[in-house]
Design a binder for this molecule. Structure first.
Ligand code: ZN
Length: 437
């Protein structure tokens, strides 16, 4: 009979457990067989008895849960049309690389919301065999989309309820953990992010087929009417939650975001009343350029930018303010317990491992730093159907832990100061500041 492994102890100067409103200080996580056995006050006697990872100077929090990313894309400023000119083999290698980036940033669970063919099933299989190190992966495989619809190049086109049902059966057979459906157009050329792409009956058939197999559903919703349809069809979650109209001209430009977020109070109220989760992907494309301009200006002063750059910065600032305003309105509608902050890393210039960017916008919209951290840990885990295993640091949960040097409750961007990452109680990444004793 196998002997029980020795427990591991992770000492926390400050512990954010994903549940409590206030952090705890000077506590220790006892990890047995990869899971948290207890969370207790620290006692000095432990350092004599057992091996302790000592983070008494640091903040310990649950490994992050990124509910929306696309590991097979590069996050390097390319359009979808530029991204898809490579073979599946290349995309698989990119996914392996990006999984590593995500893990090192503190993401220990991710949901891949759409990739070509069966690439992500193979990547997950390789990880489960220990061939690569990455976060726990929940995989949608090919998103369901109409012929020529957003992400049609993944191979998941389905028109009408029969084809949708068939596609879902196939995906489940191949190993899909959840079903992603494109309820509106998006950044794929030829599609319109202001227009719905499925009617309520089609979305409803997807929900029925997915739930039949015990799979959750999430819908890409960038159009007001797509949110209304998804609410009526009772999806489990919607992504983006944007309120675009058909005539809106939305461009993805490298110079920075240009399209101010709209709001539709009536549809938003229906969403809030529905009990569905909303996974907000707040920075969006163009954020990197905007942030660079902002930093240059704050470092060098107001004359650091050309007139063009100043214009791009002002436009980007207005867009970010409008997105933060929408967070505030969702909070006013009582959505906090079901608001998830996700990255959407992969498309355009949305980089991997920078979940804190979305948290920053959420805080600007009125979430406290603690609420924002819970939105990408506990609430995200709940939205992904894995709250029983991950998302909080409580007895019985997986030992998925992120350690950071600077206090993220002072500034959520301090999530960048990663010291160590644990998955199932095993240290999978640490920076030079090693404090194990
Ligand atoms: Zn996406």
């Amino acid at each position: 009979m196998a002997r029980a492994a020795r427990p591991t102890f992770i000492r926390a100067g400050q512990l954010i457990d994903g549940v409590a409103v206030e952090p705890r200080t000077n506590v220790v996580l006892r990890i047995e067989d990869g899971k948290i056995a207890s969370v207790e006050p620290w006692r000095d006697a432990l350092s004599v008895e057992a091996a302790v990872h000592d983070y008494s100077e640091h903040t310990v929090l649950p490994g992050l849960v990124d509910a929306h990313c696309h590991l097979t894309l590069l996050g390097a400023g390319l359009t979808y049309e530029q991204e898809i000119g490579v073979d599946d083999e290349f995309m698989a290698v990119a996914a392996v690389h990006n999984a590593g980036v995500m893990l090192r940033s503190g993401v220990t669970t991710l949901r891949d919301n759409g990739a070509r063919h069966g690439i992500m099933f193979a990547v997950r299989e390789a990880m489960n065999h220990g061939l690569l190190l990455g976060p726990r992966m929940l995989i949608a495989g090919r998103p369901i989309t109409p012929t020529g619809g957003h992400f049609h190049w993944c191979g998941g086109a389905a028109d009408g309820v029969e084809e949708i049902r068939r596609q879902i059966r196939r995906l489940v057979q191949e190993g899909a953990d959840h079903i992603k459906i494109m309820a509106s157009g998006g950044g794929t050329a030829g599609t319109n992010p202001g227009l719905p792409s499925y009617d309520v009956a089609e979305l409803r058939s997807a929900v029925d087929a997915a739930h039949h197999y015990g799979r959750l559903t999430t819908a890409h919703c960038r159009a007001t009417r797509s949110i209304a349809n998804a609410v009526e069809a009772r999806l489990d979650c919607i992504e983006h939650a944007e309120f675009n109209e058909p005539a809106d001209l939305i461009q993805h430009v490298a110079e920075g975001p240009t399209h101010r977020a709209r709001w539709d109070g009536d549809v938003a109220r229906r969403l809030a009343d529905s009990g569905m989760f909303a996974s907000l992907t707040l920075p969006g494309s163009g954020y990197v350029a905007y942030r660079e301009l902002l930093e240059r200006q704050s470092l060098i002063g107001s004359d650091a930018l050309s007139a063009d750059q100043q214009g791009a910065l002002d436009r980007g600032g207005a867009v970010m303010d409008s997105r933060a305003d929408n967070v505030r309105r969702f909070l006013d509608l009582g959505m906090l317990p079901r608001l998830v902050v996700s990255s959407d890393a992969g498309p355009f210039d949305i980089e991997f491992g920078k979940l804190y960017q979305g948290l920053e916008v959420a805080v600007a919209g009125g979430m406290s730093p603690m609420q924002a951290l819970q939105a990408c840990t506990r609430v995200a885990a709940e939205a992904c159907g894995v709250r029983d295993h991950v998302g909080t640091l409580e007895a019985g949960k997986q030992g998925d832990v992120l350690v950071v040097r600077s206090n993220p409750l002072d500034d959520v961007r301090n999530l960048r100061t990663v010291v160590a990452v644990f998955k199932a109680g095993r240290i999978v990444h640490q920076t030079a500041e090693r404090t194990t004793i």
